[in-house]
Write a protein that binds this ligand. Structure first.
Ligand code: SIN
Ligand code: FE
Length: 294
């Protein structure tokens, strides 16, 4: 790999204070498509939460437990009411810390940043088997069938809280513009009216723009291309337990290879809030396609 896939900062407190040079470094690393690694910024589960960190917290049919910020409801768990309350409290605390971090470290984004789901990922990744499209051990950019973004960025904060100290292992691929140039010719932007119909049928929350069809196409095409998965340039990143990291997962080609017990907080950000909006996948795809996509 000839580009630096990660940038590390020694931040030790979720609430800062943050030095201007760290704020600048964080923002430019993220917009450039790097993973920002914060090895000193641990999320610490409370004693009553430690008991929940086993994979048995997980409903066997789902890989994640998530907290919906709008309703406060937990999805994907078969835990009893008491334990659900502890889990919801842990996810809520993580969400709050992640938000505090982003507001302090990326003040430019703060007014536009929207908090979305929080997830807990207890299950061991290595050795699971999924259909290729759902297999996150294959390099991909994030795009979700039911949640159109219409160009909005996906910024995710992760924390490895594995009680046994197991690292979370990622692979990170080539820069988005290189990836997109290779795969865009193979994907389709949806038929006229298709986004509208899917919304009316309740298949999507909000209407897919051509951008969403293309991003889903890129997600699937990359995962289904065995040759690309085997031979594309990629670097390994290992996140020890106690580490926090974040990136724009709609632009960073990533694959999660091993590990268990991670927390993840999703934020959405309008392209216009970026310092360099031309680096947004929306703008990259629009340049390649030669037309507006959202
Ligand atoms: C993914 O977004 O593909 C999975 C990341 C992770 O759970 O580490
Ligand atoms: Fe992903």
């Amino acid at each position: 790999m000839d580009h630096e896939v990660a940038r590390t900062l020694p931040l030790a407190d979720w609430a800062g204070p943050f030095m201007p040079e760290d704020q600048d470094a964080a923002l430019s690393a993220l917009e450039a498509g790097q993973v920002l690694v914060l090895p000193r910024l641990a999320f610490r589960p409370l004693p009553e939460e430690r008991a929940l960190l086993g994979a048995e917290a997980l409903d066997q049919t789902r890989k994640n437990i998530s907290l919906d910020p709008a309703t406060g409801a937990l999805h994907g768990t078969s835990l009893g009411a008491d334990q659900q309350a502890h889990l919801a409290a842990m996810l809520g605390r993580f969400a709050g810390q992640a938000q505090t971090l982003l507001h302090g470290l990326l003040p430019r984004y703060a007014p536009a940043l929207e908090r979305a789901r929080t997830s807990f990922r207890p299950a061991e990744i290595a050795g699971r088997s999924y259909a290729p499209r759902k297999d996150d051990t294959r390099l991909h950019v994030d795009a979700f069938p039911t949640r159109p973004q219409r160009g909005r960025r996906i910024l995710r904060v992760f924390a490895n809280i594995a009680p046994d100290g197991a690292p979370r292992e990622w692979r990170v691929g080539e820069p988005f513009p290189d990836f997109a140039a290779k795969f865009l010719p193979r994907v389709r932007a949806g038929l006229p009216g298709q986004g509208w119909i899917m919304q009316r049928l309740g298949l999507t929350r909000g209407r897919r723009a051509p951008y969403d069809f293309l991003m889903l196409g890129l997600h699937d095409a990359a995962k289904l291309d065995g040759d690309y998965q085997a031979h594309a340039p990629a670097a390994s990143l290992s996140f020890p337990a106690g580490t926090v990291w974040l990136c724009f997962t709609d632009a960073v080609l990533h694959a999660a290879m091993a590990g268990h017990c991670a927390l993840e907080q999703t934020f959405h950000l309008p392209v216009a809030a970026m310092v360099e909006p031309n680096r947004a996948p929306l703008r990259v795809l629009e340049r390649l396609a030669g037309r507006p996509l959202a």
